[in-house]
Design a protein around this ligand. Structure first.
Ligand code: AMP
Ligand code: MG
Length: 332
């Protein structure tokens, strides 16, 4: 298949909308990461997403909408809490898991009776949804297991020849995927941490927000690992290189990383170091996936990464970092 590279002008967005409406696949920019979109209500189209990505079929997609009224087409229950969160965070990087209507096909939700819905804050993403005239199911536009794509080059690397079109845009401003929050229980529960934090949502709703207890915990061998978002159980964000996360006081971490690096380099290994300011976790979120892909391009043998404080956005970046390192943490 020849993949067309489209721009963000009106004519190209109209064409991209036609491709989606006709059951094709288009990768498009959002503020979080690039998404791989199909008509969310067309099971054959959504099935192609799973094929192109090599994604396990029980890992649901997120359904993207361009205006709040579309929420009612997807769910029969809109609660005051959902309305409050939509008003505060939409358009933006928050996905709400809600009961689904029968109009949403099984393949879109990985056979769950709930559906994840989000309104993206990227003008191009919303223009595409409007041009297509349907909600767009879209996971991240990477091959399954690889880091999520935050630039169009990442998308081209993974998807060229596998999908109908890619919309070229600038790098994603946030850089990690949306916060996923389950709105079907007594209290809302964070299933995937993101740029919008538990603390943010708790402040908005004025109530306790639960967090899936399996997040950022190393799976116990022999014990079934069952995070509530099915996608969280799979191998994720895996660079080609091995990876070690160093955790501890800043100076001790620096010293241990320098020592490890020198030792590895003396053995002729290619070492990549990933280190961010402990205060500026937004930059870490923005850079992390690109840094993993860069390490692959550089043919790194080993990645040494400094842990971030596990609060706020730091918790969300650590969620990705722990997965990419296979929970290989060295406490110093
Ligand atoms: P991605 O689109 O690659 O960001 O992946 C979507 C993420 O949202 C995966 O981790 C899914 O498991 C999660 N997700 C989407 N819909 C649901 C749902 N209905 N219930 C729980 N998790 C969901
Ligand atoms: Mg993904």
């Amino acid at each position: 298949m020849v993949t067309r590279i489209l721009s963000e002008n009106e004519q190209d967005l109209r064409l991209a909308g036609e491709i989606i409406a006709a059951g094709g696949l288009v990768a498009f920019p959002t503020e979080t990461v690039y998404g791989l979109g199909a008509n969310a209500l067309d099971p054959d189209a959504v099935r192609k997403i799973y094929e192109a990505k090599g994604r396990p079929s029980d890992n649901p997609t997120i359904v993207h909408i361009a205006d709040e009224s579309a929420l009612k087409q997807l769910t029969w229950r809109v609660t005051p809490d959902m309305q409050r969160l939509a008003r505060k965070y939409w358009p933006g990087p928050l996905t709400m898991v809600v009961p689904r209507r029968d109009t949403v096909p099984n393949v879109t939700t990985g056979n769950l009776d709930t559906v994840g819905v989000r309104m993206p804050d990227h003008v191009t993403a919303r223009a595409l949804i409007q041009a297509a005239g349907c909600p767009i199911a879209a996971p991240s536009a990477n091959l399954s297991g690889k880091p999520s794509p935050t630039t169009v080059e990442h998308v081209i690397d993974d998807m060229d020849g596998r999908i109908d079109a890619i919309i070229r845009s600038t790098p994603c401003t946030i850089g990690i995927e949306s916060t996923v929050i389950d709105m079907t229980g007594e209290l809302p529960m964070i299933l995937r941490p993101g740029f919008i934090t538990r603390e943010d949502v708790a402040r908005t709703l004025g109530k306790d927000i639960l967090v899936d207890p399996t997040l950022n915990e190393k799976p116990e061998p022999g014990v079934e690992f069952r995070p509530k978002a099915p996608g969280m159980k799979y191998k994720h964000y895996a660079p080609e290189a091995d990876m070690i996360i160093f955790e501890g006081e800043t100076e001790a971490v620096e010293a241990a990383m320098d020592e490890e690096r020198a030792e590895r380099e003396s053995l002729g290994q290619k070492v990549v170091v990933i280190r961010y300011s402990q205060e500026d976790t937004e930059t870490a979120a923005h850079e992390f996936f690109a840094a993993l892909r860069e390490a692959d391009k550089d043919k790194a043998d080993i990645i040494l990464a400094a842990a971030l404080p596990q609060e706020g956005i730091g918790f969300s970046v650590m969620n990705r970092m722990l997965k990419s390192a296979g929970y290989n943490v060295r406490k110093v």
